[in-house]
Every structure is written in C-alpha cells, then in structure tokens.
Design a protein around this ligand. Structure first.
Ligand code: ATP
Ligand SMILES: Nc1nc2c(ncn2[C@@H]2O[C@H](COP(=O)(O)O)[C@@H](O)[C@H]2O)c(=O)[nH]1
Length: 186
C-alpha cells in the first residue's frame, strides 16, 4: 500500500474499552476515520449494518479472503472478523488517517504488511475488572465471556510486541494518554 496517510492499530482484550476510547477519539478528532470491519458474528441489539460492522455469512467471508478483499482477518471466539482492503487503501492513498480496532492476530498481519502502522495496546487495570466490564456490557453469554477471557490472557502476553501500551483504568486519563501517543510532536 502507498503510505501517504497514517494507519493506526488499536488492540487489546475484548471488553477493555477499545470501542469506548475510539468513539471518544473520533468525536474529538474529525480527521481520524474508523475502518468498518466485516464479521460473521450476529448483530448485537442496536448494532447497525455498515456503521458498526458489515455482517456476512461464513461463505461470503471466505470468498472475500479468497478474492484478496481483506487487508487482514482472524477468527475470534468462534467468528471471523476482517478489515476490507479497498476503503482503507483509498483513504491512505489520499493522505488520510485510518484507525483499525482489531484483535492480536490481525494486528500481527498489519505489522507484516504495513510496518509503518502505529500499533497501540490497551491494557485492563486487572483481569477481574475486565471480566466485570464484559459482564456489565450484557452482550455475551457466559460461554462467550469465558472464551473472550481465555483469549484476553493470550493477548495480554503479547502486549510487548506493540509500539505503545496504556492502561484503561480511568477513561479520561486513558484518553489523554492515547491522544499524547497519537498527536505528540516529535
Ligand atoms: N475506563 C473504563 N472504566 C469503566 N468501564 C469502562 C471503561 N472503559 C470502557 N468501559 C466499559 O466497559 C465495557 C466494554 O467496553 P467496550 O465495549 O468499549 O470494549 P471493547 O474493548 O471495545 O470490547 P470488544 O473488543 O469486545 O468490542 C463497556 O460497558 C464500557 O462502557
Ligand atoms: N482481526 C480483526 N479483529 C477485529 C476486527 N473487527 C473487530 N475485531 C476484534 O474482534 C474482537 C471481538 O469484537 P466484538 O465486536 O465481537 O466484541 C475485538 O477484539 C475486536 O477488536 C477486524 O476487522 N479484524
């Protein structure tokens, strides 16, 4: 990919607050654009096609992989997730900044394919608090939460692979740190 623009990857265990931080960031920095992923997961109440995700079935997802339509993809807790290549490519070539909110396997693929990407890992204050956030969100079954927590431990073990790490304990403080990482004058 021609690298006129900026690609920013935000990774961290499910429930750590990536989506919450990214929502705040997008409100404050209109120049940032969030990539909308494709998934085979069923929509949660309130999730809108084309805004939160593009919801597809497994055969369509596999076709997208075969056709090279995805910049990266991974299986996570029983579903496929991937980043559509074309919209990201178009924005980066136009000199714009694109955010990817993705899990670890996908972040590793981006590192291979686009080493200039800035990679940030969001840590929870503790595993207990992570579990509390997953449960309080009220969107996943006990079994799905158990799968997400197992994966969380694997992701946290890989945090040192990332350019920056920050802890999402107090939300405002985490947001400030994220802005410092993204907009620090060097
Ligand atoms: N700093 C924080 N303190 C307390 N609760 C928080 C904080 N940040 C986020 N939360 C809450 O934690 C829950 C999970 O947050 P969110 O959905 O943003 O996580 P996520 O990392 O995007 O999860 P996923 O990867 O599964 O999409 C939400 O209910 C959110 O309101
Ligand atoms: N590798 C990718 N991971 C993605 C993508 N879109 C989202 N995700 C990550 O999946 C998990 C679960 O998300 P949820 O919406 O079911 O809670 C979470 O870690 C997301 O960041 C993607 O395109 N590629």
């Amino acid at each position: 990919m021609v690298s006129k623009g900026r690609l920013i990857v935000i990774t961290g265990p499910s429930g750590v607050g990536k989506g919450t931080l990214v929502r705040e960031l997008l409100q404050r920095h209109r120049e940032l654009h969030l990539s909308v992923s494709v998934t085979t997961r069923s929509p949660r109440p309130g999730e809108v096609e084309g805004k939160h995700y593009y919801f597809v079935d497994r055969s369509r997802f596999e076709e997208m992989v075969q056709n090279g339509e995805l910049l990266e993809w991974a299986e996570f807790a029983g579903n496929y997730y991937g980043t559509p290549l074309y919209p990201v490519q178009k924005r980066i070539e136009a000199g714009e900044s694109v955010l990817l909110e993705i899990e670890l396997i996908g972040a590793r693929q981006i590192r291979e394919r686009f080493p200039q990407a800035q990679q940030i890992f969001i840590q929870p204050p503790s595993m207990l608090e992570l579990e509390r956030r997953l449960r309080s969100r009220g969107q996943d079954s006990d079994e799905a939460i158990a799968r997400r927590l197992k994966r969380a431990a694997e992701e946290i073990n890989a945090a040192q692979e990332f350019d920056f790490e920050l802890v999402n304990d107090d939300l405002d403080e985490a947001l400030k740190q994220l802005e410092n990482v993204l907009f620090a004058v060097v």
